[in-house]
Design a binder for this molecule. Structure first.
Ligand code: GLU
Length: 511
């Protein structure tokens, strides 16, 4: 049987890291086995539905490189793929009829007050909470008919077998057993006629021929209900793969407290979709060997249920930054420039850093730096590539190129305090800066090798055995900083005119 999987989000919010991991595993599993991945929107809970997040969902999937061959936007043999439309199309009706006819489900007409009372009674008496039958599980056909004739709103509930165990397999956890007496009778169809997740998702999984369900472990407690439902419908259950939760480094469930967790926030912060995909896929999945930095193709080749860890995965931002750095370094510089320009030009980038700057004053400066480099990258791509190439080794994200490259584009207005103290008021340093400026006089350009020769020449003219007493003050004078890319390389990128200007300013500042 060929593999068919689905990512079936409810558009209730922008997808976060956990959702995206589920989406990635569906993608990788389908790729690995030459199967089909389906994107289905589960929007039957109208009170929580936020239609605008459908766009976020699609954008997030495209950003990390998840592909689907059937479903939203692409269509397919099981269209429509939005559950509210499937309901309208009457797709679920025959299943409702079958369940009612066989007695596997029953109509219940409890009022909200009655349900509240039931819950209170259960809580006070320390009983499992939920609907375990009430007045309706065993109600006669006549009583049901009477309620219906009186126009009382009713819901369809699944009849969970009592006094027996519900047993099934989970691909990660193995055999699981639930006492039927502890599983409440879930609503399948709400009073407004809308199917619930339990019903619509499982019927759709059946209709769409889903072979494996990847979903978060928060659904484990619902799995016995789904197993009962599939059995009632006489269908073969798909393989269940419940994925452990993702935790922060402090061991608590990943949440907003841990910083950005929504997929699109990472895009706004300057992460590369492929690095993010690599990082998220490896939270709780071990590809074997000590492989870590992997392309989507490599991950798809290695993807295997056996590698999924049963314990919760840890979201380690340092690891993401490291992976992202590795990926940035591996890209050709022209591509980095292109990706940077695209990033810097997105409206969301500006609004992200603007919003950040309300808590963090450095964020506003970062945005200005990003825009400055964007302008340079558009007006003089070669020059910008030269800067980017030098910083590519050092930055962690696309957004970091802004602050990292700023010194190329703007003459320093201040100098690192500690370093300045060291070199300030020393005649031999001023002499050095003046000599370097003189040596650059009349030059239009200088290569790395020219700059190296200049610095070495000055060191020997000034009787220094080592380069340090020349390199350090020159770096400070030219960049305002004590660390950065190699001096000759950065000098070549700055060019003689900028260097002369900066040296003249430094002679004043260092005096
Ligand atoms: N619609 C459910 C959710 O968004 C999907 C759960 C599942 O994959 O079965 O969480």
């Amino acid at each position: 049987m060929s593999v068919r999987v689905r990512y079936a989000p409810s558009p209730t919010g922008s997808p976060h890291v956990g959702n995206i991991r589920t989406a990635l595993y569906n993608h990788l599993f389908a790729k690995r086995f030459g199967g089909v991945n389906i994107l289905r929107f589960e929007d039957t809970d109208r009170s929580r539905h936020r239609p605008e997040t459908e766009v976020d969902l699609i954008e997030s999937l495209r950003f990390v490189g998840v592909e689907w061959q059937e479903g939203m936007e692409v269509g397919g043999p099981h269209a429509p793929y939005r559950q509210s439309e499937r309901k309208e199309a009457g797709i679920y009706q025959t299943f409702i009829d079958r369940l009612v006819e066989s007695g596997a489900a029953y109509w219940a007409f409890d009022t909200p007050d009655e349900l509240d009372e039931m819950r209170l009674f259960q809580q006070v008496n320390k009983l499992p909470t939920g609907y375990f039958g009430g007045d309706w599980r065993e109600a006669s056909a006549a009583k049901v008919e009477e309620a219906r004739a009186a126009g009382r709103p009713g819901v369809l509930r699944l009849r969970i077998p009592r006094g027996e165990k519900i047993v099934f397999e989970d691909a990660i956890r193995g055999r699981l057993e639930f006492e039927g007496d502890t599983v409440d009778d879930p609503v399948l169809i709400k009073a407004d006629g809308m199917p619930t997740y339990h019903f619509a998702a499982m019927v759709d999984d059946h209709l769409m021929g889903i072979t494996n369900i990847f979903r978060g472990e928060e659904w484990i407690s619902s799995a016995p209900k789904h197993v009962v439902l599939w059995r009632a419908l006489g269908v073969e259950p798909p393989v269940l793969v419940h994925l452990p939760v993702i935790k922060g480094r402090d061991g608590s469930k990943l949440s907003k407290r841990h910083g950005d967790t929504s997929c699109l926030d990472f895009r706004k912060a300057g992460y590369l979709g492929d690095a993010l995909a690599n990082f998220i896929a490896l939270i709780g999945w071990a590809p074997g060997g000590d492989r870590e930095v992997m392309s989507m193709e490599e991950m798809a080749e290695a993807f295997d249920l056996k590698g999924i860890q049963p314990s919760s995965g840890i979201f380690d931002l340092d690891k993401l930054n490291w992976m992202q750095g590795a990926r940035l370094r591996a890209l050709p510089v022209a591509e980095v420039r292109e990706r940077f320009v695209e990033y810097a030009g997105r409206e969301e980038t500006a609004s992200y850093w603007q919003a950040k700057s309300e808590e963090d004053p450095t964020a506003a400066g970062r945005l200005a730096d990003i825009l400055l480099l964007r302008e340079a990258a558009q007006s003089d791509p070669d020059h910008a590539e030269a800067m980017i190439a030098l910083e590519q080794e050092r930055v962690g994200s696309l957004a970091d190129f802004g602050p990292a490259c700023r010194f190329f584009l703007e003459d320093p207005t201040e100098y690192e305090e500690k370093a300045l103290k060291k070199w300030q008021g020393r005649p031999e340093v001023l002499d050095l800066l003046v000599r370097l400026a003189a040596a650059l006089e009349g030059r239009e350009s200088a290569t790395d090798a020219d700059c190296e020769a200049l610095i070495r020449g000055l060191a020997s003219d000034l009787g220094h055995e080592k380069l340090g007493p020349v390199v350090h003050p020159v770096r400070l004078a030219l960049t305002g900083k004590s660390v950065g890319p190699g001096l000759w390389e950065l000098m070549a990128v700055l060019g003689p005119a900028a260097m002369r200007r900066r040296l003249a300013a430094a002679v004043e500042a260092f005096a």
